[in-house]
Design a protein around this ligand. Structure first.
Ligand code: ZN
Length: 190
């Protein structure tokens, strides 16, 4: 077995953190980013996408409820705050990473924690100035990580109509991988 020294592994992980920052500023509709890190029994999956994907998801149930919701006498509307709040609520409907990925059952992965965040796009790109990015971060514990032979993102392609591709970067122990998935090739081999 080949081993990469710990310092190098740490350098790799921090380069992933940098990659995430870079992703945060590249807001492209139809393009999502996933990061997968497996270390021992612990699997971390983060999934980032333009928040407009959420609006499209339930556009049909919008309109009718829109006005009834704000009757608690707000004189001034904080539109930015409202939008952030509405998107956060929609994002939290995705209450588990299993709404986005499918893992081999015999790897016995259980989700220990999932967090959601919505951030406004900070690029100079005027077209997307009031747009948001959504991020889901999940930590899983897998009893039999050796059976983790693939991660399928098919549920994400089923859920989001306008999803075209997912750029995945991974770190499995000491092995790095990078792949682009599409609807016809939605599974990542590990
Ligand atoms: Zn956008």
């Amino acid at each position: 077995m080949r081993c990469i020294p710990m310092t190098l592994a740490i350098a790799l992980i921090s380069s992933f953190a940098l990659a995430e920052q870079r992703h945060a500023s590249s807001h492209v509709h139809g393009l999502n980013h996933a990061t997968v890190v497996l270390e021992g029994n612990s699997l971390q999956i983060s999934y980032e996408f333009p928040a407009e994907q959420l609006s499209e998801y339930d556009e049909h149930k919008h309109g009718e409820h829109k006005h009834g919701e704000h009757k608690h006498g707000e004189h001034k509307h904080d539109e930015q705050g409202d939008k952030n709040h509405a998107l956060s609520e929609k994002l939290e409907e995705i209450d588990s990473v299993f709404a986005i990925v499918r893992l081999p059952k015999n790897a016995q992965c259980k989700e220990a924690k999932v967090t959601h965040s919505v951030t406004q796009v900070t690029s100079n790109d005027k077209e997307h100035a009031s747009h948001y990015d959504a991020l889901i971060e999940s930590t899983l514990e897998c009893s039999t990580p050796n059976n983790l032979t693939n991660i399928s993102f098919e549920p994400a392609f089923e859920r989001f109509d306008d999803l075209e591709k997912i750029e995945v970067e991974g770190l499995l122990g000491t092995r790095a991988l990078s792949e682009t998935l599409t609807v016809t090739s939605s599974s990542l081999a590990l």
